[in-house]
Structure formats: C-alpha cells, structure tokens
Design a protein around this ligand. Structure first.
Ligand code: 6LW
Length: 517
C-alpha cells in the first residue's frame, strides 16, 4: 500500500503555518498543538507536540525567537512509523512526546496508547526528517516519557507517575525495574509530563499536576542525582491559572529551554475558554510561552504569553500568510492531517493534478475511519472554503472535533446538505439545490452575536454555499459550544477539512483565512 507522505520542501514549510503571533497573551503555536516539548541547538529552537488519532503524527516546528514557529514536518510520517489500528477513536494514538538533542542527534520519545503501540523512540540528524523507524521501549511503562542524559552518557527515562528507569535509547532496552522518584504535591492528582534536567549543581524534575483541565499546574523538585532524592520547590505550583480569571486556562504540561543569551523560557499548554459559564474551549490545547527567572535556585515563571516587545532578541519575520492551498501534485503540506492513516488510494494530490482526491472506504463522518483530511483551526474567528467536485461521490467540508461532534456541509448530485452531529444526535439541518458540477462550500467561525450573558456559547459556526452568481447563501448558523472540549471530552481540538462519505470526491482548492483582529 503506497502512502503519500507530506514532507514538504523547506519553502513549502515556510507557508504552511499561516499565522503571525505577536501579541501578549497569544499562543505561540495556536490551535490543537498540546504537550509541547522543546530543545535548542545553537540559535535554533525545535518543538514537538502530541497528535492523537491523526496521521502524520508529532508535528515538529522550528523557531529562531520562540515566538514565530514554522512547521518543518512530522516525526511520524510513514506508515511503518505510525500504526493506528482500524477504529482508533479520537484521543487515542499519539500522546505527549519529549524532544531532545544529544550527541549530534535529535531524539524523540513518545507513547502510542493504541493497541500494538507503547513507548517508542525515533531519531534524526535533521529535525525536518527523515526520522528513523521507531525503536520500541517495552520496559518503559505508561505515558509521557522523558529522556535525560548524565555527563557519562547514562540515560534515564522518566514517565508519568512519576517513575524512572535507566535506558539505552538506541536499542530501547531498559535496565532494572522502574521506580518511583516523586509523586508531586500530596493530594494533587495526575503527576505527569515529567522532564528531567541537569542545571548547575542540581537535577531538576519538572512535572504537571492537577490534571489537564482547569486544575492544571506545573511543579518542580530538585535533587543531587537524576533519581533524587527530590526536594519539592517551596513555591509549588510554580505555574497555575486555576481559580483565576486569566484568559488562558488549564496551564501546565511544560518544558524548559535556555536561550543562547542565557535567558530561560518555558513552553506549556493552555486553552482559551470563551462564552458564559463554565466557558468552552474549541481549539484544543495550544502552545504558549512564558519567561523564567531563577531565585535561590528555583525557577520563577513570568506572565504567560510574553510581550514580544520585551524579548531579549529581535523577532524573526512571521511566516508568510498564505490563504489558499491549490494542492500541488508534489504532495500535501505538513500541516494537513488525516484520520488514522493516508493510503494513496484514499487520499492523493497525484491522481487529478491540482486537485485533492479523497476516496471513501465506507463510513460517514461519524466513523473513526472516515476518509478526512484537514488542518487545525488556529484562530478564534476564521473562514474556510473549498471547491468540491462531487460528480463521482458524496462529501464536503467539515469542522470536526471528533467522530461524535462535528458540523459539515456535504455535496452530492444537485443538492448540498448541512449535517450536525452532537453526541448521539445526528440531524440534517438544511438542504439546498445546486446546479450539477463543482460547488464552493464554506464555513465561518465568528463571535456569538450580542447580547452576551451567562449562557452565551464560545462562538457560532455558519455553513453555506456559493451560488452560481457568486453570492454566498448561509444555510445554517450553529452554536459552537457543541464542538468544544467541555462538551465532547478528550484531548484534541477542532480540525477543518474535507471528507469523502461515499465514492470519490475531488477538491480543487482549500482556503483558510483568519478573521481575528
Ligand atoms: C498527556 C498528559 C496530558 O499525555 O494530557 O496535559 C495527556 N497533559 O500529560 C494527553 O495529552
């Protein structure tokens, strides 16, 4: 089975992340990019995130200033590297990675929680790829693995819990049984996301605790050796937004990095809940940045989302804003993700040049195995449009949170229909005649109209179709809360994309346009 990989050229990558981030409080990598892990080589920073049920897995980014990030590729972009069994549900698959540079190579350890997965290690000399085939590490239990090396080359793998085992990362072989090293603050749930660092005279163990929801936080302990004994920081948690009215909530799952000028930084995940109570976040968990200073040998975390004007180095130019993807035959840009896998017979830009061809394998958007290729919604307000040719099938444009929570506008023959799926309810909300042939489908995500009150949702999603005279007809305006994590559950965020529910469906182009001010 051939697979179309989506490793772009560096030029492709330059236009793949179509955003600029330059305001205090903004994420540095917006949209569903959780569990960031970061490392630096010279003047260059590299960062990797979780990817769950999507293929390719583990997006890898590059930055010169920690604020503007460009996606270089995906660490798991070949089917031999990432097997997600049929029926892998949302929030299965690939959990939090750790990315490190050691001995001239990039090392990435990550967990595939789906059947036949487990912990695995891939390496690369160029973080844009190719990454190696995975080396399994069956002696590493659980999730959130970290790798840290002593000066003599001894390597330790630390996992959620928090437990540790010595490992040879080139073979995946572990030595001895994993042993507990620190369980975080007494009474706090879910000590996880450990990262171990040698800084000065101490070994520091950074963890997340309190769970990845509103109680999330970051704590740290230090000890004389990689295995401790660990003394907790008296100021723990060193970062949390629990119980505050900060617009960025759920802050946690952090990693530390030192700049070439000696300054320290933290990358972390956070969410932006909006609307009335209890607040709904729809973009998933995003990557944020915070400055770090050291007092008495402990890190002190500054305001999340630093003012770029106060960064100690010049900001690099933001990635080019390119709204349209014309689906060049050379392959998909690295920001496109498909559900579970991407065999060329189901998803290809080579079959009709200049078009993306999706071929259904049975199953509607309500199935975990639907043929769906999309990109993360990265802005609170945005517009997506696509020109679809449904001559040989049925499919369309969707905003997807998971298989049970999505809105879609679907074309077949001379009709388009708006479909809403919320939990176990599935409704055709609107139907509208169109001439036979290709048709432009569109959706817009915007703020809810006033008045705003305690029951106002986070946003509204409008779905519609372009008429032959070029005007746009909105067929449905739906409350965005039903496509939020607070409603759907899980670890992912909204993805906007194209799908084939039956037969072969072709897409000429896809536009994504931020509408945030
Ligand atoms: C991840 C855990 C977490 O492995 O959520 O926020 C889990 N932290 O550490 C899934 O991303």
């Amino acid at each position: 089975m051939s697979h179309q990989s989506n490793r772009g050229s560096h030029d492709d990558a330059e236009v793949s992340l179509r955003h600029r981030t330059a305001r205090p409080g903004d994420p540095v990598i917006p949209g569903f990019h959780p569990d960031p892990s970061v490392c630096r080589v010279g003047d260059d920073y590299y960062l990797a995130c979780s990817s769950f049920e999507y293929f390719p897995g583990v997006p890898v980014f590059h930055s010169r200033d920690l604020v503007h990030w460009t996606q270089l590729g995906n660490a798991l972009d070949r089917p031999e590297q990432l097997r997600l069994p049929a029926g892998t549900p949302s929030s299965g698959g690939i959990y939090a990675p750790t990315l490190r540079h050691h001995d001239g190579r990039f090392w990435l350890i990550v967990t595939n929680v789906s059947e036949g997965g487990g912990n695995l290690i891939v390496t690369a000399t160029d973080p844009a790829g190719p990454w190696s085939d995975p080396v399994p590490a069956p002696g590493v239990p659980g999730i959130d693995p970290d790798l840290a090396w002593e000066e003599d080359g001894t390597c330790w793998c630390t996992v959620a819990g928090v437990a540790q085992v010595r490992i040879d990362p080139s073979t995946g072989r572990t030595y001895g049984t994993p042993h507990g090293v620190w369980s975080g603050t007494p009474g706090a749930k879910a000590p996880e996301a450990p990262h171990l660092y040698r800084i000065g005279d101490h070994w520091y163990l950074l963890i997340a605790e309190g769970g990845t929801e509103r109680g999330h936080g970051v704590s740290i302990a230090r000890g004389p050796a990689p295995g401790g004994p660990f003394e907790p920081c008296p100021a723990n948690p060193i970062l949390t937004h629990r119980g505050t009215d900060h617009p960025v909530q759920n802050t946690g799952h952090a990693d530390l990095v030192q700049g070439p000028d000696g300054s320290w930084w933290m990358v972390l995940l956070g969410v932006r809940p909006r609307g009335g109570t209890p607040g709904w976040h729809v973009l998933g968990r995003e990557t944020f940045l915070a400055p770090v200073t050291w007092v008495d040998g402990w890190p002190v975390v500054g305001e999340v989302g630093p003012d770029p004007a106060t960064l100690p180095w010049p900001l690099s130019p933001g990635p080019a804003e390119e709204h349209r993807d014309d689906f060049e035959p050379s392959g998909l840009r690295p920001s496109w993700i498909s559900l579970r896998d991407r065999p060329a017979e189901h998803c290809t830009t080579a079959e009709r040049p200049g078009w993306l061809t999706l071929r259904a394998r049975g199953g509607s958007l309500d199935e975990p195995d639907v043929v769906f290729t999309g990109r993360r919604q990265q802005h609170l307000s945005c517009r997506a449009r696509t020109l679809v040719d449904p001559a040989e099938g049925r499919g369309g444009l969707a905003v997807r949170l998971d298989e049970r929570h999505h809105y879609a506008i679907e074309a077949s023959g001379t009709e388009v229909r708006v479909i809403a799926r919320v939990g176990s309810l599935r409704t055709v909300v609107a139907a509208h005649p169109v001439p036979a042939g290709p048709v432009v489908l569109g959706l817009t995500v915007t703020d809810p109209p006033p008045p705003h009150g305690p029951v106002t949702g986070p946003d509204v999603v409008s779905l519609g179709v372009e008429e032959p005279d070029g005007t746009f007809t909105v067929l449905a305006v739906l409350d965005g809360r039903y496509l939020s994590t607070e409603v759907a559950g899980g670890f992912s965020g909204r993805v906007l994309g194209m799908y084939a529910a039956a037969g072969t469906v072709r897409f000429d182009w896809f536009d994504y346009e931020p509408l945030d001010h």
